[in-house]
Design a protein around this ligand. Structure first.
Ligand code: AMP
Ligand code: ZN
Length: 307
């Protein structure tokens, strides 16, 4: 029962192994599996390790629900860039008669969603989104550093165990002088790599791009790469050729400071950057690398996660 799948990089075999060994609970929703206490323990222990590693930075922890204002999604430019990933919340606003009709349609096995209307909220696509409006106005001397952890939704249903519709990110978000923000991003890239490699993961970093939608999206992705705005740390989990991104580093330059009127204490131009660890993906990379039997994980890895 403790062996890895025969082809360890076969996504379906890995998924079956995760179920058989009591890490995930199938729900019938692609990318929406349940997680057992054993899975959650690894995820939380990794998050705690990240927070210990970042302790001296003094990031301010903020907490938001996994929903955002529809207007924030609009202002972030998400509709033009990633319409294929959107999660929109709809609810029922009708009267008694309409409610009876809604229930009757569902009971009869007919479609009923046309009786709903959009609510003022959408599902959060990235943990950092609610933070930028908080930065609006003049930043304190030296800028700001915030950390958040949240559930994120992206509509990308898949049988791959690493591609989820609902997953958690631990993010750090920095706003400040352009050079300081750039340097912070570079420092964290090395730090993130050292942290993941220190856990025995065969991790490396590379320039990356976001899955911008459509034909103009391909040009945006190319320009994002050319400007080296996005980096990822990747680990082979389900494929040796296409390793999985477990951590991303995004340098937004003036994109969000312009949108949200974020300026330095002296009124000068500010930049933002964020980095996000995909907590389920790191957990899966650890299980994939060290095996289904936690007692047999290398001692130094266990010592870091369960200090
Ligand atoms: P991104 O905002 O796309 O750079 O994503 C930040 C991090 O979230 C990535 O490095 C992944 O680790 C994780 N992530 C992104 N999409 C998914 C997904 N569909 N399922 C699980 N984790 C994801
Ligand atoms: Zn972010």
């Amino acid at each position: 029962m403790t062996e890895l799948p025969t082809d360890p990089l076969d996504p379906i075999a890995l998924r079956e192994g995760l179920v058989a060994h009591g890490f995930i609970i199938p729900t019938g929703v692609k990318g929406g599996d349940g997680r057992t206490a054993k899975f959650e323990d690894i995820l939380d222990r990794f998050d705690a390790l990240v927070m210990r590693n970042a302790r001296d930075d003094g990031a301010e922890p903020l907490h938001f629900p996994p929903i955002v204002a529809r207007t924030l999604i609009e202002r972030m430019g998400y509709l033009g860039n990633f319409p294929q990933l959107i999660g929109s919340i709809h609810s029922f606003f009708g009267d008694d008669a309409a409610a009876r009709e809604l229930a009757a349609l569902a009971d009869a096995g007919e479609r009923w969603e046309h009786m709903l209307d959009p609510a003022e909220t959408m599902l959060l696509p990235a943990a950092c989104y609610p933070v930028y409006p908080v930065f609006s106005g003049l930043l304190p001397e030296g800028g700001r550093l915030v950390t958040v952890r949240n559930w994120c939704f992206r509509h990308e249903p898949s049988d791959e165990p690493t591609r989820l519709q609902s997953f958690r990110m631990r993010e750090f978000i920095r706003a400040g002088a352009p050079e300081a923000v750039h340097e912070w991003r570079d420092t964290w890239l090395q730090r993130g790599l050292a942290l993941l490699q220190g856990l025995g993961l065969p991790a490396h970093s590379d320039v990356a791009s976001d899955p911008f939608f459509g034909r103009s999206g391909r040009m945006m992705a190319a320009s994002q790469r050319d400007q080296r705005l996005k980096f990822e740390i990747v680990v082979p989990v389900i494929s040796a050729d296409r390793p999985t991104a477990v951590c991303s580093f995004n340098w937004h330059q003036e994109h969000f400071t312009g949108t949200f009127g974020i300026r330095r204490s002296d009124g000068a131009t500010a930049h933002t950057a964020c980095l996000g660890f995909g907590l389920e993906r790191v957990t899966l990379a650890l299980i994939r690398t060290h095996g289904f039997d936690l007692a047999r994980w290398p001692d130094d890895v266990r010592a870091q996660l369960w200090p």
